[in-house]
Structures are given as structure tokens and as C-alpha cells.
Write a protein that binds this ligand. Structure first.
Ligand code: AMP
Ligand code: TRP
Length: 334
């Protein structure tokens, strides 16, 4: 039986991923790649909807790919590639743009938030059509499922609408994908502000744990994480967001259940608990970090792997794109 296809991606928007990306995305991708024909891209064309220094973008793209591999995405099992290496993405995005209503794109809440934040002069047409490029990413591969955070749900809904619209206007061409929204338990919050999602673009560095940081620096951040004055290690998202967040991280990285961790630290203070978590974190991340740095030490080999995976992606993508051109009546070059 052939496996159903899965597609996801992340922007190369920082030198290092943060552990929210690791727990909320990479750990799940690593498991899902066993049961799906999985495609994972580093979406550099999406990243340039914000200003980027060219040499930094190149480096961030390699770094993001290296962290995918170090976290267990296997380029021999999954197709792991850089979005701009497959020109069909930009081509299909143009086509889908002609089927997207101006108002429809304008209703995307992420666009509304970002354009408000950047101001009118810094808001590009590319930012406006960001979700259309995302739809192209997904639809090119006849994707069945798309694992994403819930902030991307609206973009997947648009993708489904565009697929159905194309299919009904021009004949069955695209598979209509389903979102797989990551559960709440996989959401990681800022260590200093446990009501806000941990994010690569957080204002303060003290609340963010970076995958490629020196593990001792991460251990220090854990020791300084915001807790509460109750002093007991128990999960209660409402009353104890800081401790609850640390418990979620502990459980995710150790593979243990939260109640078992609560039991272990019953009657002990937050200091012990944090020390325990720091140990778990260091032992989980030390090998991931070492592997990522090793891959980055040999950029030529990394580029070769990405290139070979892009060849495979391009083959699949071009089959779909060619059908799209045919169905729309574009005269094909002989
Ligand atoms: P971003 O870095 O926001 O583009 O996110 C890339 C991927 O990481 C998406 O699948 C997000 O859902 C996931 N992610 C980002 N931040 C977190 C977080 N704090 N907790 C859980 N998952 C996250
Ligand atoms: N917009 C997604 C995010 O910010 C990244 C992304 C781009 C993506 N193309 C995709 C995710 C296709 C899933 C499928 O997280």
C-alpha cells in the first residue's frame, strides 16, 4: 500500500530554532515520517516577505535544514528540501493567485496582524499573497495531511477552498488536504512570560530556549524561569502557568507523563524540579546540537543532500504543475 502524503514547512527566520519548534513541530514530524510519505521544506520564499540580509538568509536556511536532520528527520526517508529549489512553487502560486479573491486574501488574520505591525509602507504584496504560496506548497504534492500550529488553520482552510475551486472550474486536479492541528499539550510558552507562546521573535531572550545554544546557557534560563509562590510542582494552566509550562517541557523531552513527574517532585521545591528539568533538557539537546553543528561544518555535503531531495520534490511538483497548465488551457511549449 502506498503511504498517504504529508507536507509541512518552517521559515528560516532565525539562526536557531527554539524548543517550541522542536516539541511542537519537529518531534511530531519525526514520528509522522514513519507512517506517511512526508515532505518537509525550509520555506525561504516565505521568509523573504520580511526584510532579510542575503548572506544571513542563506545561512539561516542551511541552519534550519541542519536542525531538521539533527532532530531526526531523515533525508533518506522523508523529502527534506529548500522551497526555492523547486521553481514550481512560485509558478503555481501565480496561478492560484489568479483564483484568489482580493477580499478573501484580505481576511487572513495573520496578514491583518502583520501588516498592522509593519505599517503600510513595509507591507508588501508578497506578504499579502503569503497564504497563496503556502497553498501552492501543499497542493503541488497532492498532500493528504498538513501538520501545523493552530495559527495556520485559516491558511489551510484557504488552501482547501482554492483546491476545490480549481477542481470544479477546470476538472479534478488537486487533492483537498486536511489540517492536523497540534494539540494544546504541545504548546510551549515563554519562560519569562508563560502566557505568551515561546517564539523566535520574542522581545527578550531570557524566556526562549534555543536548540543550538550552549546547553549550560539553557540550564541557566530554566533555573531563572518564572514560577509562583505556592511551591508545589503540579499542573494547573490557569493558576500556575509557569510551572505547568515547565511540566509540559519536562514530559515532552523525557517521554514521561505529567502525573509521574508531579509525584517524583511532591514535597520538593522548585529548585530541585528545575534542576531535574535542566538535566533532561541537556541530555536531550546535547546530541541534537552536536549533530546540527557537525552537519553545518560540512556545508557542501549538506547542500548535496538538499539538492538530491529537491530533485525528487521537483519531479512530483512538476507533474502536478503540468496538469494545471494543461487544464487551464495554457499553450504548452513543444
Ligand atoms: P514558526 O517558528 O512560528 O514559524 O513555527 C514553526 C512551527 O513550530 C509551527 O509548526 C509551529 O506550530 C511550531 N511552533 C512554534 N512555536 C511554538 C511553540 N511555542 N509551541 C509549540 N509549537 C510551536
Ligand atoms: N506558514 C507556515 C508557518 O508559518 C509555514 C509554511 C509554509 C507551511 N508553507 C507551508 C506549513 C506548507 C505547512 C505547509 O508555520
Amino acid at each position: 500500500m502506498t503511504k498517504a502524503r504529508l507536507y509541512s514547512g518552517m521559515q528560516p527566520s532565525a539562526d536557531s530554532l527554539q524548543i517550541g519548534n522542536y516539541i511542537g513541530a519537529l518531534m511530531q514530524w519525526r514520528d509522522l515520517q514513519e507512517s506517511y510519505d512526508a515532505f518537509f521544506s525550509v520555506v525561504d520564499l516565505h521568509a523573504i516577505t520580511q526584510p532579510n540580509d542575503p548572506s544571513e538568509l542563506r545561512e539561516k536556511t542551511r541552519r534550519t535544514a541542519a536542525q531538521y536532520i539533527a532532530a531526526g528527520i531523515e533525508p533518506a526517508k522523508s523529502t527534506l528540501y529548500v522551497q526555492s529549489h523547486v521553481s514550481a512553487h512560485a509558478e503555481l502560486a501565480w496561478i492560484l493567485g489568479t483564483l484568489t479573491g482580493f477580499g478573501e486574501a484580505g481576511r487572513m488574520t495573520q496578514f491583518k496582524d502583520k501588516s498592522q505591525r509593519y505599517g503600510q509602507d513595509a507591507t508588501s504584496v508578497g506578504l499579502f499573497t503569503y497564504p497563496v504560496l503556502m497553498a501552492a506548497d501543499i497542493l503541488l504534492y497532492q498532500t493528504a495531511v498538513v501538520p501545523v500550529g493552530d495559527d495556520q488553520k485559516q491558511h489551510i482552510e484557504l488552501t482547501r477552498v482554492l483546491a476545490e475551486r480549481f477542481n470544479s472550474r477546470f476538472g479534478d486536479t488537486f487533492r483537498v488536504p486536511m489540517p492536523v492541528i497540534q494539540q494544546d499539550t504541545a504548546r510551549i510558552y515563554d519562560l519569562q512570560n508563560p502566557l505568551a507562546k515561546m517564539s523566535k521573535s520574542a522581545e527578550s531572550d531570557a524566556g526562549v530556549l534555543w536548540l543550538l545554544d550552549d546547553p549550560s546557557a539553557s540550564a541557566k534560563k530554566i533555573m531563572r524561569a518564572v514560577t509562583d509562590s505556592e511551591g508545589s510542582v503540579r499542573y494547573d494552566r490557569e493558576a500556575k502557568p509557569g510551572v505547568s509550562n515547565l511540566l509540559v517541557i519536562y514530559a515532552a523531552l523525557s517521554g514521561r507523563q505529567i502525573p509521574a513527574i508531579e509525584d517524583e517532585y511532591a514535597g520538593r521545591g522548585y529548585g530541585d524540579f528545575k534542576k531535574g528539568l535542566a538535566e533532561v533538557l541537556v541530555s536531550e539537546f546535547e546530541p541534537v546540537r552536536a549533530r546540527a553543528l557537525e552537519l553545518l561544518d560540512d556545508p557542501a555535503e549538506l547542500d548535496r543532500v538538499l539538492g538530491a531531495n529537491a530533485d525528487h520534490a521537483a519531479e512530483v511538483a512538476e507533474t502536478t504543475l503540468s496538469d494545471v497548465y494543461d487544464r487551464m488551457g495554457l499553450l504548452r511549449r513543444r
